[in-house]
Design a binder for this molecule. Structure first.
Ligand SMILES: [Zn+2]
Length: 274
C-alpha cells in the first residue's frame, strides 16, 4: 500500500502536469467509491497537496477532489484523441475514473483491487472521511515531535506499531515505514510502554525513514509506480521490512517475523527492546 513517500512522489509528478488544467468531461465506475469523480466537470485544478496518504486536488470552485490510493491505486496523464467519448471502461484495464482535460489529455485513475476511494468535498471539510478528519500532524510539521508522540503513547494501551498505523500521532506511516523507524529507534514494535526518551528517538527515525523514502522516489514492492509509471528505489534501502530470516545489518541476529493486528512485522529481537 502506498505510504507517505509514495503518495508524495505521485503528487510531485502530477502537479506540474495538471496545474491549470480544466476538466471538461468525466466518467467513472458506478461504485460509490468512485462515482463522485464526475462531479468536478467544469472546474480547473489549482494545486495538488497531500495529507498523510491522501491526495487533495484543489479546484477553482472551492471544492477538493480527495483521493485515497488504497492498495493499488495510481494516476496517469495520457494524451488522447479528443473526439472519442469519455468512457472509463474503454480507458484501459482496471481504470475506475477518467477526467477529460481541455487540451486533449486525460487523467486516469486505475485501481486493480478497488480499495481506493475518490470523494469530492468542500475544501477542508473532511467530516465524512473519518481517517482524514482524525489524522494527526504531518511528520515534517513542527506540530509533530517526540513530546506529542509521547502524549499519545502514554494514553494508549496498544502496541506502539498499532498506534503508529492508526495515523493519529502522525500522518502517513504504514507498515513499511513503521517497521523501519522502529528498528532504527531500537524499539520492539509490540512494546506498549514507550517513554519520553524513546519517543524522541522514534520521532526522529520516523522523519528519517520518510525523508529517505521521498528522496528515493518511494518504495516499489508490487504495484506502486509514480505518475510517470516509474518504480521507486527505496525498496533497495530497507533494513528490516520484508527481510525476515535474513541477518540484522547491525548485529547479525536473524530477523524475526510476527503478526501485529493482522499486519506482517519484521524485527531484530536483539536490537529492539520491549
Ligand atoms: Zn540486530
Amino acid at each position: 500500500m502506498p505510504e507517505l513517500p509514495e503518495v508524495e512522489t505521485i503528487r510531485r509528478g502530477l502537479e506540474p502536469l495538471l496545474i491549470g488544467a480544466v476538466v471538461i468531461d468525466a466518467d467513472a465506475h458506478p461504485s460509490a467509491k468512485f462515482a463522485e469523480a464526475v462531479e468536478i466537470v467544469g472546474t480547473s485544478i489549482e494545486s495538488i497537496s497531500r495529507r498523510g496518504k491522501y491526495l487533495l486536488f484543489s479546484l477553482d470552485d472551492g471544492r477538493e477532489l480527495v483521493a485515497h490510493l488504497g492498495m493499488t491505486g495510481s494516476f496517469r496523464v495520457d494524451a488522447i484523441d479528443g473526439s472519442a467519448d469519455v468512457d472509463y471502461a474503454m480507458a484501459g484495464p482496471h481504470v475506475r475514473a477518467v477526467w477529460r482535460l481541455d487540451d486533449d489529455r486525460e487523467l486516469r485513475f486505475r485501481d486493480i483491487r478497488r480499495f481506493g476511494r475518490l470523494r469530492v468535498v468542500e475544501a477542508g471539510e473532511y467530516r465524512t472521511i473519518a481517517t482524514l478528519s482524525a489524522m494527526g500532524p504531518e511528520p515534517f510539521d513542527e506540530a509533530f515531535s517526540g513530546r506529542t508522540l509521547h502524549e499519545h503513547a502514554k494514553r494508549s494501551s496498544r502496541a506502539i506499531k498499532t498506534l503508529l498505523l492508526s495515523q493519529r500521532p502522525v500522518a502517513g506511516v504504514g507498515n513499511i515505514y513503521a517497521d523501519e523507524a522502529l528498528f532504527l529507534a531500537g524499539i520492539d514494535p509490540r512494546s506498549r510502554r514507550v517513554g519520553r526518551e524513546r519517543c524522541e528517538r522514534l520521532a526522529d527515525t520516523i522523519r528519517q525513514v520518510l525523508r529517505a523514502g521521498i528522496d528515493n522516489g518511494g518504495t516499489t514492492l508490487r504495484d506502486y509506480v509514480d505518475a510517470d509509471g516509474t518504480e521507486g528505489a527505496n525498496q533497495h534501502q530497507l533494513l528490516v521490512y520484508g527481510r525476515a530470516g535474513e541477518p540484522c545489518v547491525t548485529c547479525g541476529t536473524t530477523l524475526s517475523a510476527c503478526i501485529i493486528d493482522a499486519r506482517s512485522t519484521t524485527l531484530c529481537a536483539n536490537c529492539q527492546k520491549r
